[in-house]
Ligand binder design. Structure first.
Ligand code: GDP
Ligand code: ZN
Length: 461
């Protein structure tokens, strides 16, 4: 698996679409240099030293017309990202010349790369493992400095090493079990069982601490899932608009697929928030909010953080109390809004408050207390991702799922031993755990997983 296989030569634009100083068209495969040479005039690329960048021009070979003035990097296998020969053509930025260069490369014999195909080759050719490949994607999508740092770390192979060490522990244990099965006369069964039990517990503890980081990883990658709730007219929309400042820094807008809930990503002073159930928050006419409370309740279960808004100028009503009760197990910020009006309720009047509730008094209209909300959200976000003492953080649901599965395999080992199961049956569960962990790093992987995983990449990566 870790040997370089021959694939066709692929090409793609590796820089983001649009105008820029330069764009890069990347070619990878055995024919990379030969194909590039067909459309390039300058030095003989077949003869230039590897890892050099060369000045020249791109021509359309069909009519000899000049297309662009370029710099061409030649990097020969194996010391390249894909471990294949790689040529990168730096064109003048701009969609037309860059596309033209790509078209010419395709005409000269390259195939258009699929999304993520360069990274996929790096994996198939054994240069990186799956966790490192996933971190390439994380790196591209990183929304904060911390997310970037974690991705770089994983790209460095830290998770790979950790998993490999755990697999080695299991392998050692399995080897001893083999000895026991082959030489039963030594009567080492009891010792072997004890050893297996200890190993299973040791590996299990390590998996547990990795799994603990998965929540932080999720927050890092996808933002703090936040629900802003409150009965109609308490000021949810107004507060959100204040939080977003003038620029309304909305990153993406995704309509929920399975549930009828709208998710929206916003950036509040560098903190990515995934807003849950913003339907009631976004509308200006508040038509949607007739279903407000009921709908908010549904969205609550997914929230890492609840911002519950109360109207301090109105009496506490059943809807408020229902929301206070429904969110009592959540980390929450309770906002007493409209403090510019004559107060009818204060925090002392609300017996549903908990000791660890964060209580803030604001006026969306007067822009009062908004900075405190921002600072509080920032603190919660940072606490969420810095809880983890380790540098290795599980950032993908795939990794977390496999870790949970490996943990179950270990639980089977432990309960099997405790139930006095024959050791060769226990061995099967231990082997399953070894396999499952191998799937995390890609040591053992089904084809469709590889296809699906790399297809999430952007083109040219
Ligand atoms: P939502 O239904 O919870 O989203 O509430 P809106 O943000 O749509 O606000 C409902 C009404 O309350 C609007 O007329 C707002 O102008 C008003 N409002 C919002 N926040 C405040 C505030 O802090 N003070 C005052 N006096 N009115 C506010
Ligand atoms: Zn509203």
């Amino acid at each position: 698996m870790a040997t370089v296989t021959e694939y066709d030569t692929i090409a793609a634009i590796s820089t983001p679409p649009g105008e820029g100083g330069i764009s890069i068209v990347r070619v990878s495969g055995d024919q990379a240099v030969e194909i590039a040479q067909k459309i390039y005039k300058g030095k003989d690329l077949a003869k230039v030293p590897t890892h050099t960048i060369n000045y020249g021009h791109i021509y359309d070979p069909t009519d000899n017309s000049l297309v662009d003035e370029v710099m061409v990097s030649v990097m020969r296998a194996p010391k390249t990202f894909t471990r294949e020969d790689v040529v990168e053509i730096n064109t003048h930025g701009g969609i037309v010349p860059t596309n033209k260069v790509l078209q010419l490369l395709i005409g000269a014999g390259a195939r258009m790369a699929e999304p993520g195909e360069f990274t996929k080759r790096a994996f198939l050719n054994g240069r990186i493992d799956l966790t490192e490949a996933e971190s390439v994607m994380d790196l591209i999508r990183a929304k904060t400095d911390k997310a970037m740092q974690v991705a770089v770390n994983q790209l460095d192979g830290n998770l790979n090493h950790l998993i490999s060490n755990l697999r080695q522990e299991i392998l050692d244990a399995l080897a001893q079990v083999e000895v026991n099965i082959d030489y039963p006369e030594y009567d080492t069964e009891q010792m072997t069982t004890k050893m297996l039990l200890e190993k299973a517990k040791l590996v299990g503890t390590n998996i547990d601490s990795l799994l603990k980081t998965a929540d932080s990883g999720e927050i890092l990658q996808h933002g703090l899932a936040t629900a802003i709730v409150g009965k109609p007219n308490v000021g949810k929309s107004s507060l959100l608009n204040r939080l977003l400042d003038e620029d309304k820094a909305i990153v993406t807008d995704v309509a929920g697929t399975t549930r009828d809930v709208v998710e929206q990503y916003v950036n509040i002073d560098g903190v990515p928030l995934k807003l849950i159930d913003t339907a009631g928050v976004r509308d200006t006419e508040d038509k949607v909010e007739k279903i407000g409370v009921e709908r908010s309740l549904k969205a609550l279960s997914d929230a890492d953080l609840v911002i519950l808004v109360l109207d301090s100028s109105r009496k506490l009503e059943d809807d408020d109390i229902e929301l206070l009760d429904a969110t009592k197990d959540k980390r929450r910020i309770i906002i007493f809004n409209k403090n510019d009006l004559v107060p009818v309720i204060t925090p002392n009047d609300v017996e549903q408050l908990k000791d660890d509730d964060i209580i803030l008094v604001t006026s969306a209209i007067k822009n009062d207390g908004i900075d405190t909300i921002k600072a509080t959200i920032g603190k919660i976000f940072n606490a969420g991702i810095e809880d983890s003492s380790t540098d290795v953080i599980i950032t993908s649901a795939r990794q977390a799922g496999l870790l949970r599965q490996a943990k179950e395999n270990l639980n089977d080992v432990i309960s099997g031993i405790e139930a006095g199961m024959p050791i060769d049956l226990v061995q099967i569960d231990m082997t399953s755990c070894w396999d499952t962990l191998g799937e995390i790093t890609g040591e053992s992987y089904p084809d469709e997983l590889i296809t699906q995983l790399f297809s999430q990449f952007c083109l040219g990566k």
